[in-house]
Ligand binder design. Structure first.
Ligand SMILES: Cc1cc2nc3c(=O)[nH]c(=O)nc-3n(C[C@H](O)[C@H](O)[C@H](O)COP(=O)(O)O)c2cc1C
Length: 220
């Protein structure tokens, strides 16, 4: 798959089943994350891999955090905890801000780019992924599970595995460029971009079933 096809066809998985990434594939994903654009090379990110039985450990921390809220019904607590085990593996992306003239927003943007790199690299490897919000990210229990220091924040986690055939992906309608993109004219006005995505690229973007799809039904 060429680079453009990879980024145009990446989709957020709807249900992730085994097989998950191998140890070697995880190293590739983490390596890809570290190539994110990074102003002044501060490396304002770090990553935590959770897979196998450690997912239950994370689920326990989320359950403890949800119970500590004191008002959440048991099914809500269970649902939050279950998010830790709904994929074979996940990589949490931590915005590890550094004291610098580079604004925190730029450092966090680099961490978000790292998360996207993980999603794209997974797709290139034939894996499916889903970037998800971390449940109860500000709780002491979840922060401790990921070893967060003061000032560090969770950007999210990227769930990894194989897209279950039985959970089709929703369509992703093309976004008209003139709605989201403008071009600055010499006279200082902003004019909508008139060009459209070329047919061949748009067709690639329209593909809804990514690689990383399980041939048989869900197994988890
Ligand atoms: C910061 C961030 C947080 C997200 N959190 C969630 C989430 O908690 N649950 C979810 O289903 N999708 C989450 N997503 C994924 C988006 O919902 C997904 O990209 C969107 O549905 C578009 O699908 P696509 O990636 O296939 O185009 C998140 C994406 C980002 C960038």
């Amino acid at each position: 798959m060429d680079a453009l096809a990879c980024l145009m066809t990446r989709r957020t998985a709807t249900r992730l089943v085994e097989p998950g990434p191998t140890t070697e594939q995880l190293a590739v994903l983490l390596g890809a994350a570290t190539t994110a654009p990074d102003h002044k090379m501060l490396r304002p990110w770090r990553f935590v891999v959770v897979r196998g039985d450690a997912r239950a450990t994370l689920a326990g921390a989320i359950a403890a955090a949800a119970q500590a809220v004191g008002t959440l019904p048991e099914p809500v607590v269970r649902k939050a905890a279950g998010k830790a085990t709904r994929s074979p593996a996940l990589i949490a992306v931590v915005a590890a801000r550094v004291e610098s003239k580079v604004p925190v927003a730029e450092q966090d943007a680099s961490a978000a780019a790292a998360a996207q790199n993980i999603c794209l690299a997974a797709h290139a490897l034939g894996l499916a992924s889903a970037w998800k919000s971390v449940p109860l990210p500000d709780s002491a229990q979840v922060r401790a599970a990921f070893g967060l220091a003061d000032g560090e924040e969770l950007v999210g986690w990227v769930e990894l595995g194989t897209q279950a055939q039985a959970a089709p992906l929703p369509p992703r309608p093309a976004v008209p460029l003139d709605r989201v993109a403008a071009e600055l004219a010499v006279d200082g006005t902003l004019r909508p971009v008139a060009a459209a995505v070329p047919d061949q690229v748009a067709t690639t973007a329209g593909a809804v079933q990514p690689v990383g799809s399980a041939r048989s039904g869900p197994v988890g």
